[in-house]
Write a protein that binds this ligand. Structure first.
Ligand SMILES: Cc1cc2nc3c(=O)[nH]c(=O)nc-3n(C[C@H](O)[C@H](O)[C@H](O)COP(=O)(O)OP(=O)(O)OC[C@H]3O[C@@H](n4cnc5c(N)ncnc54)[C@H](O)[C@@H]3O)c2cc1C
Length: 508
């Protein structure tokens, strides 16, 4: 008899993970399934990492409401879940007098949305605060509540805290269909068996339209993947300490130049609809577009120092649209559909979905309560997710103490980012285990320095094989089909003959 859950969450992005953590506060049996080998491999790991202040979404939308509600939640969240977050504020920079009206429009929206503290600053003040800014700057909008996070760390931390509080997480487990009793959903079928439940929560990101269509809900709803390409500049490049947005156009927020919490400058994203929900390619035209976008704000940025590039896919839906002229501003869909029972349906969770995730989770709890769910808080809910040691951030005394306790913290595996064997092993055996090279990279930041993994890769592959007790050829970059090694090039020495060894030991 398959297990019976109160809530099954489909999708382990930041939204599904935050939902799992929020629901774990209540006395309920919860399962989170994720089709990939790790949580947060979708949009939640490839975005601008900005906790938006809330002046961008159109007033009256769920996007605006949840963005503004969520923004102040981040300090507490970062403290409880121990992930990197800095409230640095952000700037929308007008270039030339023709862009000034755009700032006025954002200011009006921000006021209507209830964003605290936003105000205009002069071109001179902007030059003082960011000396690298273009000389054509004509003024800026300053939003002090904007923040920067590590979005992948947020997702892992929320999922781990959910596990600490009793949530079961199944990776590599894909939703395939619903199980029905009349008009009520009573479970799901996955590639790894069936699970009975009272509610299914659709948090499948790019694939949320497929999931809702399986339930017969919103047949007209479609997710269009919109690719956003990025490039990362070497830390030696002029460092940008601020978050610099362009004045948005009808196509989107435009290419931003921003600091990142890891010290590199990030440039991107552009926005292009693509045919495939898996097309995360980076194109040379895309990089050209990023270069001209970046130079508009920071003309001296040396784009020859690009050390990495990546792309994320926005799950752009055709949900409620407040202003048809602004196609990217279709609203989030977050609902309990009336036509069937047992489904919480989320769709079109594009930007500011990362920012809004904690408020989305609370909103879903509210919908469940309105639907008659008796959500009783546990006495022993544990909101704190304990931090793991980060060697490079520690004092010499603490490092020495750590090594004395576990010598593996004395072996540096990634020299550029100073990541030790102890940290890697800890991630492999964490509550959400890191079982691929990329999973370890996203958690520790190894392989992101100048050598781009040239030194650490073979060592990490060997560690993964040892710790997971699998052959070297089964270690992957990001799941099945991305193995590093196809065959052994040398015969392995034969295993020592146990009998002979015993004889030798006995001196015969
Ligand atoms: C280029 C870009 C820039 C952005 N910048 C920002 C920003 O700066 N600030 C901000 O607030 N927001 C930003 N966003 C938006 C933000 O990243 C997303 O709104 C957020 O990550 C969505 O989270 P999610 O959990 O809904 O989706 P995802 O992270 O995509 O997670 C959905 C999960 O569902 C899983 N899944 C799908 N189908 C199935 C299935 N059948 N069975 C099991 N699992 C399944 C997927 O594998 C995936 O892990 C940006 C997005 C992009 C693409």
């Amino acid at each position: 008899m398959p297990a019976v859950y109160d809530y099954v969450i489909v999708g382990g992005g930041v939204v599904g993970s935050m939902l799992a953590r929020t629901l774990s506060r209540y006395d309920a049996k919860i399962l989170l399934i994720e089709k990939d080998v790790d949580v947060g491999m979708g949009a939640s790991s490839a975005n601008s990492a900005i906790v938006h202040a809330g002046y961008d979404p159109l007033p009256g939308t769920l996007k605006a409401k949840l963005n503004v509600q969520a923004n102040p939640m981040w300090d507490n969240l970062a403290g409880e879940l121990n992930f990197p977050f800095e409230r640095r504020g952000d700037y929308v920079v007008a270039v030339g007098p023709e862009e000034r009206p755009g700032l006025e429009m954002l200011m009006a929206q921000g006021r209507l949305n209830g964003v605290p503290g936003i105000h205009f600053i002069s071109a001179d003040e902007m030059r003082k605060r960011e000396p690298e800014i273009t000389s054509r700057v004509s003024g800026a909008l300053w939003a002090p509540t904007g923040g920067l996070c590590d979005p992948f760390a947020v997702t892992v931390a929320a999922a781990e805290n959910a596990v600490q509080n009793g949530v079961r997480v199944l990776l590599d487990t894909a939703f395939e269909d619903f199980i029905w009793e009349k008009q009520r959903i009573v479970g799901i079928v996955t590639n790894r068996g069936s699970f009975r439940c009272r509610w299914v929560i659709n948090a499948a990101g790019l694939y949320s339209d497929d999931v809702m269509h399986r339930a017969g809900v919103r047949p007209e709803f479609r997710i269009t993947p919109r690719r956003g390409e990025y490039c990362v500049l070497d830390q030696a490049e002029i460092s940008i300490h601020n978050v610099l947005f362009q004045v948005p156009t009808q196509a989107g927020k435009g290419i931003l130049v921003t600091a990142s919490l890891h010290g590199n400058t990030l440039v991107g994203p552009n926005a292009h609809a693509v045919a495939s929900k898996e097309d995360r390619s980076v194109t040379s035209q895309g990089i050209d577009e990023l270069c001209s976008g970046a130079h508009k704000l920071v003309p001296d940025l040396n784009m020859r120092t690009i050390i990495a590039s990546f792309a994320g896919l926005r799950a752009t839906g055709n949900g409620p649209c407040v202003d048809p002229a602004i196609h990217y501003n279709n609203d989030f869909v977050i609902e309990i559909p009336e036509s069937i029972q047992g489904l919480v349906n989320l769709g079109g969770i594009e930007s500011p979905g990362l920012t809004s995730a904690p408020a989305i989770a609370q909103y879903v709890v509210g919908l469940l309560k309105d639907a008659g769910e008796k959500l009783v808080e546990k006495n022993d809910w544990q909101p704190i997710r304990p931090p793991r040691p980060r060697f490079r951030d520690m004092t010499h005394t603490d490092q020495a103490r750590l090594i004395a306790n576990d010598a593996r913290y004395g072996k540096v595996i990634c020299r550029c980012e100073m990541v030790t064997e102890g940290e890697i092993v800890a991630e492999i055996h964490a509550p959400i285990p890191a079982t691929t090279y990329d999973a370890i990279k996203r958690r520790t930041w190894l392989g992101t320095g100048r050598c781009l993994g040239g030194f650490d890769l073979p060592r990490v592959v060997a560690l993964l094989a040892d710790e997971l007790n699998i052959p070297l050829q089964e270690v992957t970059k990001k799941g099945s089909g991305s193995e590093f090694l196809f065959r052994l090039t040398k015969e392995q020495p034969p295993a020592p003959d146990a009998e002979l060894e015993t004889e030798v030991a006995h001196g015969r």
